[in-house]
Design a binder for this molecule. Structure first.
Ligand code: HEM
Length: 518
């Protein structure tokens, strides 16, 4: 979903600052859910940062790092700069210097995303990276094609649309809880990132098709997607360096993976189309039914043929991978902050009691939502937005030639030292505080902003709040001693070594055990 910057600024104190951030004991100004100011033992948990890098990496080192994860390229000095910086793109095809630009100025970011989005479309590279799976659908398209797709897809994600599919989300959450209870009974740690992938995949599958994602479909789709995402990211990096896609040896494999995913998604689509043709009763309250019937008010057209599968593929990709990544990080963070976890549990008991969660309850789970917002700040699933310029520009005093690639580095803006207090600390209460309102307004953009803001933002907040509430109600969640997840960014920000946690079932009417790593 994004392209890494070719080179980042190198600041002298980068490594020293990094060490300081990692080691310094801090205090959290909040104690408990009411935001008091008492110091306490769990204060300022700072979850893991990407690998530090040498101050002056060689070209080979840089290429290796770029193929591994785009986050590794950021030094700590990059987190304090406000402006637009220029980076040389090394190319094997041309001696002519090419540059890309990283935008770390909130006013310029707003100019690009909100005020003049048509002048800064998505680049062709994104289409080449994802097109095998998604065709020319809403995530990668531009211009009139995108406007039409967006007008149709939006109709499935209205407030009423998200409310209609909430019972299907709840079925996925119940199924997730049942799987985790069975695993927790075994006593060992649980691979929570894999479980959240299953949950988010099941949510989107059920809400699109009104049917659960069977074990076989889940296995096929997740293993194919794992490979596809790795290859797409590496292909994007190589293409940026001037290697044409048709020359890449990974191409046939990535076509195979895309076909595998599309085959799985096409099964229930074909079943629905056959049922409709035969006049059989079908659900009218899922995403597929809206996508099949919604008419674009401007052109009077609807999605047809392959278009429908292209849009489903992109909704499945954008809708499960992002939510799953952020949920894994959110659970890791609360595992390390038992006080916040306990406050969430109390909130859930107050709002839900022992009852079934309802759509309207979700917005009352304010702390739970803030935990998810904070996980999205620290580990934004989409770490960069990539755009191209369509004409010569001057942004923040920097000359940019038409056709140059631009990057908005969400990861950096979310940890920017000019805007955020304790930027690397996990502190969900900051979202309830006036103090950070300005930082949020200027730099917080996990779902992007402007015309191309995520269509599924409200949907994602509902599914995440729901499952986090259910999990803290059912389990005490603790870290695994010695296991430190390593953040990497390929298509989304994931942990390279997974995220493992201990889940201990909480009996009804009993308090959780005293927490600590085991
Ligand atoms: C925590 C979960 C999610 C995050 C962090 C997220 C983030 C984003 C971001 C940052 C973009 C804009 C990317 C860019 O401009 O380059 C985006 C676009 C999009 N997202 Fe999400 N997303 C999430 C969940 C979802 C869900 C659940 C769905 C659908 C079910 C969805 C569907 C889409 C679509 C279709 C677009 C393309 C919109 C357009 O270009 O008009 N996303 N998302």
């Amino acid at each position: 979903m994004m392209r890494p910057p070719a080179q980042t600024d190198v600041h002298e104190n980068g490594r020293a600052e990094l060490a300081e951030f990692a080691a310094s004991p801090g205090t959290c100004p909040f104690a408990g859910r009411d935001g008091g100011s008492e110091r306490h033992e769990h204060a300022a948990f700072r979850p893991p940062l990407p690998l530090a890098l040498d101050r002056h990496p060689s070209t080979i080192q840089r290429l290796r790092m770029r193929l591994r994860s785009s986050l590794d390229l950021f030094l700590h000095g990059s987190y304090g700069f406000v402006g637009v910086s220029r980076h040389r793109i090394p190319s094997v095809r041309s001696l002519k210097k090419r540059f890309m630009f990283t935008v770390r100025d909130p006013a310029v970011i707003r100019e690009i995303l909100v005020r003049r989005p048509k002048d800064f479309p998505k680049g062709e590279l994104m289409h080449k990276m994802l097109g095998k799976l998604t065709g020319y659908s809403i995530f990668v398209s531009n211009g009139a094609a995108w406007e039409r797709q967006r007008r149709i897809v939006d109709q499935a994600f209205t407030h009423a649309g998200v409310r209609d599919v909430f019972p299907l989300m709840r079925d996925a959450s119940d199924a997730c809880l049942a799987r985790l209870k069975a695993q927790a009974a075994g006593g060992g740690p649980v691979s929570i990132d894999a479980e959240m992938t299953h949950y988010a995949g099941d949510v989107i599958f059920r809400t699109i098709y009104s049917e659960p994602m069977g074990g076989e479909a889940a296995g096929r789709i997740f293993s194919a997607f794992e490979v596809f995402q790795r290859l797409a990211f590496a292909q994007g990096v190589l293409a940026l360096g001037g290697i044409p896609f048709w020359l890449m040896w990974t191409n046939p494999r990535s076509w195979r993976m895309a076909r595998e995913i599309r085959d799985v998604l096409n099964g229930p689509l074909e079943r629905r189309l056959t049922a409709v043709r035969a006049g059989e009763p079908v659900s009218s309250r899922d995403i597929l039914s809206t996508l099949m019937t919604a008419v674009d008010p401007v052109t009077g057209t609807c999605f047809e043929g392959d278009e429908l599968l292209d849009e489903i593929a992109v909704l499945f990709l954008a809708g499960h991978e992002t939510s799953a990544a952020a949920l894994g990080w959110a659970l890791y963070c609360i595992a390390n902050r038992p006080d916040i976890q306990q406050a969430m549990r109390e909130e859930v008991r107050t709002v839900l009691g022992d009852g079934e969660p309802r759509f309207g309850d979700m917005k009352r789970l304010e702390l739970t939502r803030n935990v998810f917002r904070e996980a999205l700040r620290l580990y934004p699933p989409v770490a960069y937005f990539s755009r191209d310029t369509t004409r010569d520009e001057q942004l923040a005093g920097v000359e940019i030639a038409a056709g140059s690639p631009l990057t908005v580095p969400v990861w950096l803006m979310h940890r920017h030292t000019e805007f955020w207090r304790d930027p690397n600390g996990f502190d969900p209460h900051r979202f309830a505080s006036e103090e950070t309102r300005e930082a949020q307004r200027l730099t917080y953009m996990p779902f992007s902003m402007g015309a191309r803001v995520c269509v599924g933002a409200a949907f994602a907040m509902q599914e995440a709040t729901l499952v986090l509430a259910e999990l803290v109600r059912a389990f005490e969640i603790r870290p695994v001693v010695g296991h430190v997840p390593q953040p990497v960014s390929r298509l989304t920000v994931r942990s390279e070594n997974g995220i493992r946690l201990h889940l201990t079932p909480i009996e009804a009417n009993s308090e959780p055990l005293a927490s600590g790593a085991t």
